[in-house]
Design a protein around this ligand. Structure first.
Ligand SMILES: Cc1cc2nc3c(=O)[nH]c(=O)nc-3n(C[C@H](O)[C@H](O)[C@H](O)COP(=O)(O)O)c2cc1C
Length: 365
């Protein structure tokens, strides 16, 4: 038995227990997702910000490019917490002070709930084999419907407590996201400042859960993959490594930042979206620091900074972009194709592992 034969590679029907993280916001485009799946790992669509129509199109495009399994990741909608008009005006004032465009809020919980339900329909109707959820628990009915249709359900947790809630809800696999991870924290129940690192989170989750787990956060080379498997994970999920790759949809200025930044250049910030997310420090994050108390909760802050972020992407201005990335940045130095990245990782894991180290428990036995 070799390292790549885990309960997750069997369950997800993939050759290697490596998942390309879903990355909403235009990064995990069909070209990337299909290239990853074709190379024997699991490609994932970050569908969080897609309309159900866009998602339907993307699924069809991926299916035209690969017959291998892939995953669609959805954001479980959150209710906006009692925000007054004055709160919104105050944030508008802050953004305008820096000559930053402040979007008028068109968000409503009902609108995003309705889009989410249609996204689920697109997943079901197009026979997507794996569906993962972030920012909360899907309803019992949604999980039941997916499982009745033979789909694999995965959920993101940042503590053992959250993982147990996903297990109780009927998920098949849990993604344990450590605080090194790039992008939004998937925290939905635990305290936002718990921030448990992958090294501590994975073995504790492995001991507490009966479901297989995927380790995410700060893993960027073969040593990280081998370590995560030793800690008790059955697979790994890598995000930042794929941002600068040839097939990624990230703007070139963002790719360049990922390639040139180091481990000490990311921070957890609420400035862009109102929810803690890890990204490379830039002017916008710095400017928003004195206004920490005026930052509105997700998804309202996210909506307000939408045009700021899209202008920044058009102008290739990395100082106003949300440059989500994890703490493994110094290990990411080359823009390769997805297949080159995976071939290199797989070759290196083959070299650093043998069949004897997998499956230790907390007692080392
Ligand atoms: C740019 C970016 C966008 C992300 N978007 C999502 C998302 O849409 N859904 C999700 O479950 N996780 C998302 N994540 C988090 C990843 O699933 C994963 O936890 C993280 O990338 C792992 O850490 P790493 O970046 O150090 O590899 C995102 C991460 C990044 C870097």
């Amino acid at each position: 038995m070799t390292w790549n034969h885990t309960s997750i590679s069997r369950l997800l029907k993939i050759e290697y227990p490596i998942v390309q993280a879903p990355m909403a916001g235009g990064i995990t485009v069909p070209k990337l997702v299909s290239a990853v799946s074709e190379a024997g790992a699991l490609g994932s669509v970050g569908a969080g910000y897609l309309t159900s129509f866009q998602l339907d199109q993307q699924i069809k495009e991926i299916k035209g490019l690969t017959g291998k399994p892939f995953n669609v990741n959805l954001f479980v909608p959150e209710k906006e917490a009692g925000i007054s008009k004055d709160d919104i005006l105050a944030m508008k004032g802050v953004l305008e002070k820096f000559n930053m465009p402040a979007e008028d809020i068109s968000f409503t919980y009902e609108k995003s709930q309705s889009n989410y339900e249609k996204q689920l329909e697109a997943v079901l109707q197009n026979d997507v084999p794996i569906c993962s959820f972030t920012f909360g628990l899907p309803s019992i009915e949604a999980v039941r419907e997916l499982k009745r249709a033979g789909r694999i359900v995965m959920g993101t947790a940042t503590t053992v407590e959250e993982a147990l809630l996903f297990e109780e809800r009927g998920a098949d696999v849990i993604v344990m996201q450590g605080s090194e991870a790039g992008g939004h924290r998937g925290t939905f129940k635990s305290s936002a400042d718990s921030c448990i690192g992958t090294m501590a989170l994975v073995p504790q989750a492995a001991d507490a859960l009966s479901l297989p787990i995927i380790a995410a956060g700060g893993i960027a080379d073969a040593r990280g993959i081998a370590a995560a498997l030793i800690l008790g994970a059955d697979a790994v999920q890598l995000g930042s490594v794929f941002i600068p790759c040839t097939e990624s949809g990230a703007p070139s200025a963002y790719k360049a930042k990922v390639l040139s930044s180091n481990e000490d250049e990311t921070v957890l910030t609420r400035a862009f979206s109102g929810k803690y997310a890890r990204g490379i420090k830039n002017d916008f994050i710095q400017k928003m620091k004195p206004f920490e108390n005026s930052i509105l909760p997700y998804p309202v802050q996210n909506e307000m900074t939408k045009s700021l972020r899209s202008h920044a992407a058009q102008e290739l201005n990395s100082e106003n972009m949300s440059l989500w990335a994890g703490q493994g940045l110094r290990m990411i130095t080359e823009s390769l194709t997805a297949k080159e990245i995976l071939d290199r990782l797989i070759g290196q894991v083959n070299a650093v592992t043998d069949s004897s180290w997998k499956g230790l428990n907390a007692n080392g036995s």
